[in-house]
Ligand binder design. Structure first.
Ligand SMILES: Cc1cc2nc3c(=O)[nH]c(=O)nc-3n(C[C@H](O)[C@H](O)[C@H](O)COP(=O)(O)O)c2cc1C
Length: 227
C-alpha cells in the first residue's frame, strides 16, 4: 500500500473480527517500529508483543476491558524506559567503533551520562543552563527524571506510530490506547518503576461496528500555522 493510502486507511478500531493476524504481518510492523527516529539514537523504548492468551486477557482487563482491547487479536505495549540508557550508550559506542570522530565519541561518553545520570543535580543544571541561556541559545532540559522520561516517551510514541502505519499498510487495523491501569500493566509485564507504558496498541481486522463514524479533524486554519 502506498504511504498516503496507509495514512488515510489507519483508523482507530474498537471492535475486531475473529480473524487472526499473521505473525509475519506483526513482525514486519514491529521491525518498522524499531526504525523510528529517536532521541540521540538511545532507543530507550521497549516493546512487548503480548501474544500469549492468558496474558492478553489479563492485559485487556487492565485496559478497562474496552472493546478495542477485548476483541483484539494481538496487543502490543510500547514502553519508555530511560533506565536502559547505559545499554544504548555502550551499543552506540561499539557501533561507532574506535575510528569515530572525537566529537561523536564525546557525545556518548560525556554528554549522555551528563544528561541521564546525576539527576540529583537537576536544579543545579537547570540554573546553570538558564543563566547561560540569558546570553546565547542553550538547551533548557532534559535534567530532571521527568524531563528524561519525556524524552523517552516522545521517541516511543514515534515507534508506536510507525507500527500502526505499518499494520495499516498491510491491510490490518489498530487502536492506540492510553485508557489502561498503568500500575496493573506494569505488574503484568514486570516493568521497572521508572518505565512508562506509553501506549497499548491493539491489532486485528476491523469489524464494521468497530469504526465509530466518519473521521473528524479540526479545520486546518486552527491547527496549522505557516509563519
Ligand atoms: C495517545 C492516544 C491514546 C488513545 N487512547 C484511546 C483509548 O484508550 N481508547 C480508544 O478507544 N481510543 C484511544 N485513542 C484513539 C483516539 O481516540 C483516536 O485516535 C482519535 O479519536 C482519532 O481517530 P482516528 O485514530 O480514527 O483517526 C487514543 C489515541 C492516542 C493517540
Amino acid at each position: 500500500m502506498e504511504f498516503f493510502e496507509a495514512v488515510r486507511a489507519r483508523r482507530s478500531i474498537r471492535k475486531y473480527t475473529p480473524e487472526a493476524v499473521p505473525s509475519d504481518v506483526m513482525e514486519k510492523a514491529l521491525d518498522a517500529a524499531l526504525l523510528a527516529p529517536n532521541s540521540s539514537n538511545m532507543q530507550t523504548w521497549r516493546i512487548y508483543w503480548i501474544h500469549e492468551d492468558s496474558t492478553k486477557k489479563e492485559t485487556a482487563l487492565a485496559c478497562m476491558n474496552q472493546g478495542a482491547a477485548r476483541t483484539a487479536q494481538e496487543l502490543v505495549a510500547f514502553v519508555a524506559d530511560p533506565t536502559t540508557w547505559k545499554v544504548s550508550q555502550q551499543a552506540n559506542l561499539q557501533h561507532l567503533g574506535p575510528n569515530a570522530p572525537a566529537a561523536v565519541k564525546a557525545y556518548y561518553t560525556k554528554l549522555m551520562p551528563f544528561v541521564y545520570s546525576w539527576r540529583i543535580l537537576a536544579p543545579v543544571k537547570w540554573l546553570m543552563f538558564n543563566i547561560m541561556g540569558l546570553f546565547k541559545p542553550m538547551p533548557r532540559k532534559p535534567w530532571s527524571s521527568r524531563d528524561i522520561e519525556e524524552v523517552a516517551v516522545k521517541s516511543t510514541a514515534l515507534a508506536a506510530e510507525n507500527f500502526m502505519l505499518a499494520i495499516a499498510a498491510q491491510g490490518f487495523d489498530t487502536c492506540p490506547m492510553e485508557g489502561f491501569d498503568e500500575s496493573r500493566v506494569k505488574k503484568i509485564l514486570r516493568l521497572s518503576g521508572r518505565s512508562r507504558v506509553v501506549m497499548i496498541i491493539s491489532v486485528g481486522r476491523r469489524d464494521p461496528e468497530g469504526l465509530w463514524g466518519e473521521r473528524f479533524r479540526l479545520p486546518k486554519d486552527i491547527v496549522l500555522k505557516k509563519i
